[in-house]
Design a protein around this ligand. Sequence first.
Ligand code: PGA
Length: 247
Amino acid sequence: MRRKLVVGNWKMNGSLTANASLLSGLVSGITGSAELVVCVPFPYLAQCQVALSGSTIAWGAQDVSEHFSGAYTGEVAASMLHDFGCRYVILGHSERRTFHVETDEQVARKVQCASQAGLLPIVCVGETLLEREAGATEAVVVRQVETVLNVLGQDELANIVLAYEPVWAIGTGRTATPAMAQEVHALLRDRVSLRDKGVAEQIRIVYGGSMKPENAKELMAMPDIDGGLIGGASLKTTDFLAIAQAA
Ligand code: PGA
């Protein structure tokens, strides 16, 4: 049995005051068996470390440098995330692939850096609307995931999470149907299975893209959907807790 994983992706939102009330609401309201994580902007990691230490909620970041250290102004190294108690880091999010032109190869290098620092990478893949309409969904997600799988050793493979996030569903209110998402999740699990059958059974593949309390249950009821990567709804205590509860 894979334990469900519900990850909040705050994106570039929050303030010390707003975070304090969101985090304390999560700590006092958490119920259910799902593992809960918040991935927050870098400056708020220290605040999360204080607010969440001793709770069952984990925290992480939304990106990391593809280098270990050195003259890379503005970048943040995986070891620094580790210093602040991060357990997870979201990598290859479509907003980074689009706005920061991150390539599959860069995402793969970031995954390696994160793994080597003892973090659990949450590797995002997903097609755009144009790609889906052109019938290229499978080709796109396979290319994205294989570039990462190619650089990972057996141990590292066992310590990643995959996130299927159709780009057309992110922040749009449009969600993939459970059947559409399941089809891609099963495909991703198959690709992992070609590398290691045991890991494929264990690896968690979460869905992201307009997941809300109203649709979370039916999505996460699908056999290969092991949780959610939640943007907008993770900023509201009641919505995020309701999604965790549905998992
Ligand atoms: P959304 O974002 O839930 O607001 O669609 C999900 C994500 O981008 O991770």
